[in-house]
Design a protein around this ligand. Sequence first.
Ligand SMILES: Cc1ncc(C[n+]2csc(CCOP(=O)(O)OP(=O)(O)O)c2C)c(N)n1
Length: 596
Amino acid sequence: MYEKIPIERPATPLLDSINLPADLRTLDVTQLPALADQLRHYLLFSVGQTGGHFGAGLGVVELTVALHYCLNTPQDRLIWDVGHQTYPHKILTGRREAMLSIRTPAGPAPFPSLDESPYDAFGTGHSSTSISAALGYALANKLDNRPSRTAVVIGDGAMTAGMAFEALNHVAACQADILIILNDNAMSISENVGGLANYFARNISAGDAEATPPEGMVSVPGSIFRDLGFDYSGPVDGHDLPALVSTLRSLADKKGPRILHILTKKGKGYAPAEAAPVDSHALTKIEKQGQNKQISCANLFGRWLAARAASEPALVAITPAMKEGSDLTAFAAAYPERFHDVAIAEQHAVTLAAGLAAGGAKPVVAIYSTFLQRAYDQLIHDVAIQDLNVLFAVDRASLLEDGPTHSGVFDLSFTRAVPNLVVMAPADAVDLEAMLDFGFDHAGPALVRYPRGSIEASVATAAPIELGRSRVVRQGAKVAVLAFGALVETARQVAEAEKYTLIDMRFIKPLDEAAVSAAAADHDLIVTIEENAVAGGAGSAVSELMAAKGITCPVLHLGVPDAFITQDEPGKMQAAAGLSANAIAAAISRRLDQLN
Ligand SMILES: Cc1ncc(C[n+]2csc(CCOP(=O)(O)OP(=O)(O)O)c2C)c(N)n1
């Protein structure tokens, strides 16, 4: 058991001799526990250096060793659900040293990535896709008569999502040759919730898989999967390497859909993580810890929610498995009956909110930008068409270290196309709270999007929020910068230096038409700035409005280009997208030169 994250690189001679899984397969099974121990120690060291996900990785160290030992990867396909637990997998598959630069453009991606390694059979990041992808592989193998085997590792948290069930249903229909390893640690990021989580817990206390059900007992472990048409084995101790190896060996060559249920401990082998698995889901780099600056947008939201709930008995908050990340902890503790962690079920979260609103409650959906992508139809079909009073608090609407899977830079494009929906982006902490209030009180659906971390307060004016009204931050000349959300502060630096006009647009929908036409009348160039895809984003809204109203003025759209921005520190990702103050200033002056 490790008590501390090593700051010095530990000695890991056996691990160092494993450059690829083929090396691992030359070991004797009795050497595997020592290898697992060194892998765990090195994982702790490398994550300490880089930050990143580690609680889940610690829990699958033995499983990772056993899988690469028993399967013939990469010819056999191994697909990890979510992929946040793949640091040990990356270490064993040729990326041990590279792990020291994970989450930088030169280093490995924080999740499996098809083009990074042949051992990463499928790119992930969002949960519950693994069984579908594996079924695709299995069916493609069959078409091509390839002997390759297909295995999946999916957590009990990821198993709660609709997609996982959709795939199980279809796998059973196809009777495809797939081995699904259900990694049950009773944890999502928070404690896993719901009927499935209870079912697993009940079964585990009922004991061994092979036992006949005692009189009166409703089910034996795995009966739900057996009934669906799977060959179920388990539960097996997922930290017992010899047991894992012998079970995997016996299951790997079987045909048809198989489920192996293993029990593991999140954070295994690192005492602080075992004691506090929620906090150890991910780690901040050692050097960065303690540099705690301003209050984050998530914290502001959490504070707003708890305060507003005190005077709003109909307020109900919903999270799809992101209670801590969205900072609903205080609210959940104070108002447990009005708090719903629906597990990893974004679609359900949004339609549940629609139902609550139809029933007279006042739901607030706290959701990350990229996870809202999953619930687009529910947003349109269940909330917006029925014009229901749902407030969406959309967090992580920004470029993120976790890379393209988690960078929330599409929400403005896909939400602003939806009728009835009001879309806002605050430039500072004051506006964030004011917009949450405004959206909550608005009759109809409303959405407030904000980035990870904090937003600058230097442009705060506390001007009241009025529907579809922008505010002029500074009056200048020549160029009117129309900035949206968190980038207002960056735009301010440019506008002040160059004496441009700066407008904090506040609303993406409805857009401030009067402000746009005034800006066009008084300036040579309109520049829109947003941390969102240029394609279909807030700037597009400005151009569409101008086209519709016959307003003419040269326009420059600055935002995330039509490309996925590689993982890096967020500030560097912004720079890579051309959204640093320098890049913005340069782009504007280039355009002015072209116009002259
Ligand atoms: C669609 C989606 N929603 C939410 C998340 C955030 N998320 C990442 S890991 C995780 C918990 C996964 O739990 P489980 O599958 O049991 O894996 P464990 O971490 O317990 O090993 C969640 C909710 C996500 N990656 N994708």
